[in-house]
Design a protein around this ligand. Structure first.
Ligand code: MG
Ligand code: MG
Length: 259
C-alpha cells in the first residue's frame, strides 16, 4: 500500500517528525559513558508517552523478529546494526551507538536513526563510517524529487556507499511510511536509476543507508532481534523521514533546535 497525504496530514507528519527528532536529540545528549541501554529505553518510553504518542515498536512482531519487540527504541552497539534490542549494558568510552526510533502521533508515523560515538575516544574509521551514511542519506534525499523514482534514490545512496568502499546489504533498506511504520515502496540502498516506483507529492519515505565496515552479511543475535555484522565489524546507520512535495524533498525528522 502506498499512501498519499493531504495538506492536513502533512502538517501532522511534521509534528511527528519533530517529536522523533527531538527525542533522539535528547537521548544523544544523555547517552554518555556508563549510561545503560535500558535507561535509554525508559527515557524514550517516558518522552513518547509524555507527548501523547504511540510506540511503533512495543507490539511490533514481524516475521524477521522474535516478536513482540517489547521496547520503545532500538539500541545497537558496535557490531549490532539493525533492530537492536535494549538490554542490560552500560555504554563504554568509544562505543559506536545507533538509536533508531519510530512513533505514531495523531495517526501519522515518523522514523529516524542516528549513529554516534559515546565518550571521548573516537576511532577514525568509526567517524568516517558514520559520516559516509550521513552523506549517502543526503544524496538519497536530494534525489527524492517528484517525477524521480525509488531507483534514483537507491542509486544515489549506493554511489556514495560503494564509492567510499563499503559493501551494501540489500535485505533491509528504506520504505514508505504514513499511517503505519512500514509501507511500500521499498527503497534499497543501492540500485539502478530510472527504475522503481515513481515519486509523487504527498508520499512519505523513510530513507536509511546503513553499512558494516567489511561485510554485507548479517547474523541474528541470540536475543532473536538484534542483527549484527557477520564478521564482528562495526556498523553505522542514518535515517530520516521525508515528505515528497511539489518543491522537492522536505526532511521531517530534523531536531527543532537544528531548524
Ligand atoms: Mg528506523
Ligand atoms: Mg525505517
Amino acid at each position: 500500500m502506498i499512501e498519499i497525504l493531504d495538506a492536513a496530514e502533512l502538517t501532522r507528519a511534521r509534528a511527528t517528525g519533530a517529536l522523533v527528532a527531538d527525542i533522539l536529540d535528547t537521548l544523544r545528549e544523555r547517552a554518555v559513558v556508563g549510561t545503560n541501554l535500558l535507561q535509554i529505553d525508559a527515557w524514550a518510553r517516558e518522552m513518547i508517552l509524555g507527548a501523547g504518542a504511540v510506540s511503533c515498536y512495543v507490539d511490533y512482531a514481524p516475521s524477521f523478529g522474535r516478536g513482540p519487540f517489547g521496547h520503545y527504541i532500538c539500541t545497537a552497539v558496535n557490531d549490532a546494526v539493525l533492530h537492536g534490542l535494549p538490554h542490560d549494558y552500560a555504554l563504554a568510552d568509544g562505543d559506536l551507538l545507533t538509536l533508531d526510533l519510530a512513533v505514531l502521533l495523531d495517526g501519522i508515523a515518523a522514523d529516524s536513526a542516528i549513529s554516534f560515538v559515546v565518550g571521548a575516544t573516537r576511532r577514525d574509521e568509526d567517524v568516517a563510517m558514520i559520516e559516509t551514511t550521513r552523506r549517502a542519506l543526503a544524496a538519497g534525499i536530494a534525489a527524492a524529487r517528484p517525477g524521480a523514482r525509488t531507483g534514483d534514490i537507491a542509486h544515489a545512496i549506493g554511489t556514495v556507499l560503494t564509492g567510499a568502499g563499503y559493501p551494501v546489504n540489500t535485505e533491509f533498506g528504506g520504505h514508505g511510511i504514513g499511517s503505519t511504520m512500514h509501507q511500500d515502496p521499498h527503497v534499497a540502498n543501492t540500485g539502478r536509476p530510472g527504475r522503481g516506483f515513481p515519486l509523487r507529492p504527498g508520499m512519505l519515505l523513510a530513507i536509511e543507508p546503513w553499512i558494516m565496515a567489511d561485510t554485507d552479511e548479517l547474523v541474528t543475535d541470540a536475543d532473536g532481534w538484534t542483527l549484527r555484522s557477520a564478521t564482528g565489524c562495526r556498523t553505522a546507520h542514518s535515517e530520516h523521514t521525508i515528505a515528497i512535495t511539489a518543491d522537492g524533498p522536505e526532511i521531517l525528522t530534523l531536531p527543532t533546535r537544528a531548524r
